[in-house]
Design a protein around this ligand. Structure first.
Ligand code: FES
Ligand code: FES
Length: 166
């Protein structure tokens, strides 16, 4: 199948990538760029393991997408944030740190997607209630934790981020 060139900025790095029209954003990022933090759980938009954040003029605050459902050409010209792009200067993002501290990680398969969903939520809403946290993570499935520690991690991250911003 003929490939065509798209441009993506992934975690701040610009790329030109030759893609087949049927390739998803997830497989392009994982297989062409070697960024394997985003996982393929279901491949049908149901588990959230592949979640990434897209930015651009139309999505100033970042839009959470299930990258298994998005074709790579649809992301042409966009900025993409994956789990690999969250840490800054060797320090984990507050959401990553809170997941560790709260024990919100067990097997870890859902964790990158959960953290991206939580990050997108906290960009939109700095003081989410527990119900809003549940709602913000409703598209992300976890088979291990029972969710309580994940919700605790998100509220902890929200509190710490507010304290840091003061
Ligand atoms: S892999 Fe499950 S939603 Fe994308
Ligand atoms: S920690 Fe195993 S699926 Fe969530």
């Amino acid at each position: 199948m003929p490939k065509h060139l798209i441009t993506l900025t992934v975690n701040g790095h610009p790329y030109e990538i030759a893609v087949e029209p049927r390739w998803t954003l997830l497989e392009t990022v994982r297989e062409q760029l070697g960024l394997t933090g985003s996982k393929e759980g279901c491949g049908t938009g149901d588990c959230g393991a592949c979640s990434m954040i897209l930015r651009g003029p139309q999505d100033e605050r970042g839009r959470l997408v299930t990258s298994c459902l998005m074709l790579a050409p649809e992301a042409d010209g966009r900025e993409v944030l994956t789990i690999e792009g969250l840490a800054r200067n060797g320090a984990l993002h507050p959401v990553q740190q809170a997941f560790i501290d709260a024990g919100g990680v067990q097997c870890g398969f859902c964790t990158p997607g959960m953290i991206m969903a939580a990050t997108a939520l906290l960009e939109r809403n700095q003081r989410p209630t527990l119900d809003e946290v549940r709602e913000g993570l409703a598209g992300n499935l976890c088979r291990c934790t029972g969710y309580t520690k994940i919700y605790e991690a998100v509220t902890t991250a929200a509190r710490r981020m507010l304290e840091e911003a003061r």
